[in-house]
Design a protein around this ligand. Structure first.
Ligand code: ADP
Length: 259
């Protein structure tokens, strides 16, 4: 395969970042991808979380394999209309419990290949889910997308994490590497009761918004902690289609309008 230029036909490139693991970065990435697809866009979702690829399971694609064609790797599509394509290291592992123990250079080479050699065809949005923190892998992502003028990064945090320096470090990383910050999303903010669907604020409200103001980045909204979303992700089911009336779906859609 020669030098590929598969990202040149992608209109919008968005990187999802979080300071810590477990704050819902992959959840936000998958729900944004599905919501953008539901709005009629062609969407690609690239999982470069080399050590913990969770996206195939969340979308019920864990048994799928990727194939190569003369233009590169063909992503796995969620639907037969091919409106949402996914690429993840998870597809290249023999078993979902296989761990990848690679040193930095090998990881970076893999990320480079993921960013160059996946044959997305025409895409309105490419959402890139990254590992937690700001590591070498993030630099590899940035170096390989910079020439395509990415729209920027969406920072994900939780109400518990807003007082820590993690999100601040993400914002600094973006500044140093010249990636615009699209905004901050507060995930798991408030708890949606599975019985009455009412949302209560377990932690104090407004932390994410205040942090966004401090960092001088736009606040994109709050996504509540919703047990039905957890279950849908566990079962690989499409939450947004299953619960069209939910407050969580409204919250996710609100974020897509801001990006
Ligand atoms: P990260 O990518 O930051 O490590 P994940 O997206 O894998 O985090 O989320 C961690 C866990 O929390 C997953 O089991 C996921 O299903 C759950 N989760 C994340 N966000 C929500 C939410 N808003 N409502 C319910 N469960 C959530």
């Amino acid at each position: 395969m020669g030098e590929s230029d598969n990202l040149s036909s992608v209109k919008h490139i968005i990187v999802i970042l979080s300071g810590k693991g477990g704050v819902g970065k992959s959840t936000v990435a998958t729900q944004l991808a599905l919501a953008l697809r539901n709005e009629g866009n062609k969407v690609g979702l690239l999982d470069v979380d080399i050590c913990g690829p969770s996206i195939p399971k969340m979308l019920n694609l864990q048994d799928k394999e990727v194939f190569q064609c003369s233009d590169g790797w063909v992503p796995v599509f969620v639907d037969k209309e091919q409106t949402l394509g996914v690429m993840s290291i998870g597809f290249l592992l023999h078993s979902s419990s296989d761990a990848i123990v690679w040193r930095g250079p090998k990881k970076n080479a893999m990320i480079k290949q993921f960013l160059r050699d996946v044959y997305w065809r025409q895409l309105d949005y490419l959402i890139i889910d990254t590992p937690p923190g700001t590591s070498d892998e993030h630099l590899s992502v940035v170096e390989n997308i910079r020439q395509y003028n990415p729209d920027g990064a969406v920072l994900v945090t939780t109400p518990q994490a807003v007082s820590t320096g993690d999100v601040r470090r993400e914002a600094t990383f973006c500044k140093k590497t010249g990636i615009p910050v699209i905004g901050l999303v507060e995930n798991m903010s408030g708890f949606v009761c599975p019985h009455c669907s009412e949302c209560s604020n377990v932690f104090s409200k407004g932390g994410g918004e205040a942090l966004a103001a401090q960092l001088d980045v736009p606040f994109l909204g709050c996504i509540p902690l919703d047990p039905q979303l957890t279950q849908s992700l566990e079962d690989g089911k499409n939450f947004l289609d299953l619960f069209p009336e939910s407050a969580t779906r409204t919250a996710v859609q609100k974020v897509t309008t801001a990006i």
